[in-house]
Design a protein around this ligand. Sequence first.
Ligand SMILES: CC(=O)N[C@@H](CCC[C@H](N)C(=O)O)C(=O)O
Length: 378
Amino acid sequence: MTAVTSDRFVQIRRDLHQIPEPGFEEFKTQRYLLDYIASLPQTRLEVRTWRTGILVNVKGTAPQRRYGYRADMDGLPIAEETGYSFPSTHPGFMHACGHDLHMTIGLGILTHFAHHPIRDDLTFIFQPAEEGPGGAEPMLHSEELQDWMPDEIFGLHIAPEYPVGTIATKPGILFANTSELFIDLKGKGGHAAFPHHANDMIVAACQLVGQLQTVISRNVNPLDSSVITIGKITGGTKQNIIAEKARLEGTIRTLSSDTMTLVKTRIEALVQGIEAGFQCKAEIDYGANYRQVYNAHEVTAQFMDWVRSTNNVTLIECTEAMTGEDFGYFLEKVPGFMFWLGVNTPYGLHHAKIEPDEAAIEVAISLMTQYIGFRASE
Ligand SMILES: CC(=O)N[C@@H](CCC[C@H](N)C(=O)O)C(=O)O
């Protein structure tokens, strides 16, 4: 890629960074991507939209197979604290999980194949709502995708901890099963000075948060990694009013569906205990569930061998992580893989100060155009 081309994709990433939108509300993002795609040579392209997502078919010259590339589109409800000269223009929202880079890389690979026809067909999938409530599963079943369903599919996720020029992956499980977790507690409000006339849901919520941590430490086999994180607590109205209601919002991560069932059973038992102990009502909602990201053994091993042999990037065979990704739904239906792309930044995913190194964009575009080109001419 020339410096001019590279500058162009850095600019695209910056443009996308400025317009982060929540899941299924990626209207400006979709418009931006559609306008860019319309600027490419159209001879071999067909474009469809699905809700706020986009599908692009790149027609091969003599197709034998179809390869898929997927990028996610949504931002997160985080108030940006980077030092960027191109910060989010949507207050309280930020691309803090790298989806601005993911989309840019997808456009970069698409640009290459719009200009350089190859034998096989390609499907580019720009997917909304990865952070929730989950766009992959409904998109996978959408009418729009059926006749462009790939035989193999690829995707990546930025990794703050790895240097630029490094990727990491493994055959088999890469990311965990996830389930969102919402617990609503309803007791009896009252005057702060008369707690004996009320059922205080702030105290109940605090007890429950502590008890939930015992599910992982006391019920799950210590050798079987799992996580419960409560990321948000709301409740009460004023410092001298006992809270009638409280709400916990969190996520569960496990490496097997059996452990997910165990964790949910234990959460339900603890919540029943809180109901009895605090004479309150509780409701649990599991929100969106994502399948584990499971990299197909043969395809992934072949990709890893290919990366090692090209010597352009450093490949690390990593362990699984407790992150979630609804790309797992694609990989459940279509063999393929996801890999981590090193972007070398001290702040982690979902952090308000994350500043991925933009040099990784060119690394990924170059790697995946070469790999798809190689696969489509085998
Ligand atoms: C890569 C990444 O950070 N993905 C998210 C996926 C969220 C799934 C769902 N909304 C949940 O919170 O369980 C992650 O938090 O791992």
